[in-house]
Design a protein around this ligand. Structure first.
Ligand code: PEP
Length: 257
């Protein structure tokens, strides 16, 4: 019922030339495999979007962005708005990545405004949530994720919610080499799906894609993606290497949805 999704978050990495080359290699490798059961997304830095968009011609790879402003235009020096992303060919926007929440102090209220703007402009938010190590050690991980989702996206209508993708990314797993176990991921994903069923209904809960993110690589992707409520991955470091990223896509493609 739910297609697997593999989304590459390139963060603040690669020059324009390197970024375009990497996207080209991925698209070329994918054109030989023609997966129909995996949605592949690349989210490069803003300055690469139009260049990458021009080379993504085959339709195997969708364009994503890593963030957007919480207003749609005006005097917000340095910000990039949802309408601008839309006009650059972006289909998905990562909202609320833990690095944005921590280093740029983005609040739940701002993230909610961003998610709404992304939807209003016909794109899909990839809404990130996840607890810190201290929060998990205190046994607060479910409460933290519930609060982030409640305040970030639960005021959206049923219609809007149909276009939401959620990424559960435990902060302690991001870029550390220590992934959540498949059981830890599954436990949180099914909890999130339960929250969606309570807030909306079971149909929406069953059709919402919930990705796992945090040190996902070709060697662990398959066991993570095999869990019934893990609908793919948001990939950081491993998306910077074409072979690794393709390895993760292959892992997703081998699992029947
Ligand atoms: C991320 O930043 O979204 C992420 C999952 O990073 P990594 O795969 O490097 O842990």
């Amino acid at each position: 019922m739910r297609k697997k999704i593999v989304a590459g978050n390139r963060k603040m990495n690669t020059t324009l030339e390197e970024g375009i080359q990497l996207a080209g290699s991925i698209e070329q490798m994918l054109s030989h495999s023609k997966f129909s059961n995996v949605v592949v997304i690349i989210a490069p830095p803003f300055t690469h979007l139009t260049g990458v968009s021009k080379i993504l011609k085959t339709g195997y790879v969708e364009l994503g962005a890593q963030n957007c402003g919480y207003e749609s235009k005006g005097a917000y020096t340095g910000e990039v708005s949802a309408p601008m992303l839309k006009s650059a060919g972006v289909k998905y926007v990562i909202i609320g990545h833990s690095e944005r929440r921590t280093y740029f102090r983005e609040t739940d209220e701002e993230l909610n405004m961003k998610a709404k703007l992304v939807l209003d402009n016909g794109m899909k938010p990839i809404f990130c949530c996840g607890e810190s190590l201290a929060e998990r050690n205190q046994g607060n991980h479910f409460d933290v994720v519930k609060r982030q989702i409640d305040e970030g996206i639960f005021n959206l209508s049923k219609e809007e919610f149909r276009n939401i993708v959620i990424a559960y990314e435990p902060v302690w797993a991001i870029g550390t080499g220590v992934n959540a176990t498949p059981e830890q991921a599954q436990e949180m994903h099914i909890y999130i799906r339960g929250l969606i069923a309570e807030r909306h209904n079971n149909v929406i809960a069953q059709t919402t894609s919930i990705l796992y993110g945090g040190s996902c690589k070709p060697s662990n992707a398959q066991e993570l993606f095999r869990k019934p409520d893990v609908d793919g991955g948001l990939i950081g470091g491993a998306s910077l290497n074409a072979m690794d990223f393709i390895g993760i896509i292959n892992a997703a493609a081998m699992i029947e949805s």
